[in-house]
Write a protein that binds this ligand. Structure first.
Ligand SMILES: Nc1ncnc2c1ncn2[C@@H]1O[C@H](COP(=O)(O)OP(=O)(O)OP(=O)(O)O)[C@@H](O)[C@H]1O
Length: 335
């Protein structure tokens, strides 16, 4: 478990303290995939670099599994850092070393593993990330996705309990992003590793994270289960991220809504209710006519969800609303 207790960070620039993270308290549970989303400069990298103490907080405490790591001496810190792996946007591989040597590097540096242990672990990790045939290649001979797989294998070499991902898919195309995210989800499930993932894309959060913190100007402005934050965003910054990820143009949406008749509702279905033929039944029972203005069905991690914007005309609106709510559909009246 990672606990931030009133953690703050400012950088000294030209004798002035520039605040990057305002006093923040939050907890990341062991074994969860925790997303941190925010625009450039929001403080995401600072927050994540505080977890492995690449940056030292200027206030507050960071507790990992109940231990205050901000108090650690140099030796304790070295041991602790082996338990926290990290992957980066631009992979940060050593270009003069082969794939196998890149993966072995943190184990050699630790100085506590035998040659045989290192060889076995490298083979195991190469297989885990699907690169057994590429062990002797150099990073320049690999695609972006393969480089990130090497980065992941290297981060896992010393069997960490926490994996930090700093914009790990931002340099990859959508298909490669999917496969790297799938690999991270598998690793999380199989190894029970805690993953903290920073990104500026809500879509990445939607695919793999259990919970998310939204950051704006050095502050966590919204935090919760991805399904709640994504489907019912409250803070304007969160709304921007969700709209962006769904490719919704607000002006166009307003324009479409202004042409629609009657009441306008947004319905959110989660889990099994997503696939039920509910609208026809509600229309028959209430006499209300629906017309669909927009809609999508997708997944939040493994859970299906659907969102429909409807205009409703005629019939008995109260009966329709009651029937939808009784079927566990979240109903929001837009007009
Ligand atoms: N080493 C540093 N010295 C001075 N200021 C810094 C330093 N690192 C970050 N900052 C400042 O702290 C604030 C937060 O930066 P941070 O890199 O944490 O944001 P971010 O959300 O990760 O942004 P990005 O997505 O662009 O990486 C910014 O205003 C940045 O300019």
């Amino acid at each position: 478990m990672i606990e931030f207790d009133q953690v703050q960070k400012s950088y000294e620039v030209g004798g002035r303290a520039i605040p990057a993270l305002k006093a923040t308290s939050m907890t990341v549970a062991a074994g969860e995939v925790f997303g941190i989303v925010g625009h450039s400069g929001a403080g995401k990298s600072t927050l994540v670099r505080l977890i492995n103490l690449l940056e030292r907080p200027t206030g507050g405490r960071i507790l990992i599994d109940g231990k205050n790591v901000t108090d650690y001496n140099a030796e304790q810190l070295r041991g602790f850092r082996r338990k926290v792996g990290m992957i980066f946007q631009h992979f940060n591989l050593l270009s003069s070393k082969t794939v196998a040597d890149n993966i072995a590097f943190p184990m050699k540096l630790a100085g506590i593993y035998s040659r045989q242990q290192i060889r076995d672990r490298v083979d195991e990790l190469l297989a885990r990330v699907g690169l057994s045939d590429h062990a002797s290649k150099y990073p320049s001979q690999l695609s972006g996705g393969q480089k990130q797989r090497v980065g992941i294998a290297r981060a896992l070499a010393c069997r960490p309990s926490i994996l930090l991902c700093d914009e790990a898919t931002s340099a990859l195309d959508p298909q490669t992003t999917q496969s790297v995210l799938r690999l991270l989800a598998d690793i999380n499930r199989e190894l029970g590793l805690t993953i903290v993932l920073i990104t500026h894309e809500m879509d990445v959060v939607r695919r793999v994270c259990d919970r998310v913190a939204v950051m704006d100007a050095g502050e966590v402005v919204e935090l919760g289960a991805v399904s709640d934050v994504f489907l019912h965003p409250e803070h304007p910054t969160t709304r921007d991220f969700v709209f962006e990820s769904e490719n919704i143009d607000r002006d166009e949406l307003q324009e479409d809504l202004s042409h629609a008749e009657g009441r306008i509702l947004r319905l959110t279905f989660r889990g099994e209710s997503t696939y039920k033929p509910l609208l026809g039944k509600v229309a028959r029972e209430s006499g209300v006519d629906f017309s669909i203005l927009s809609g999508r069905i997708d997944h939040i991690k493994d859970t299906p969800y659907g969102q429909l914007t409807l205009s409703l005309v005629g019939g008995d609106l109260d009966i329709a609303m009651a029937a939808l709510k009784a079927a566990d559909v979240h109903v929001e009246v837009l007009r």
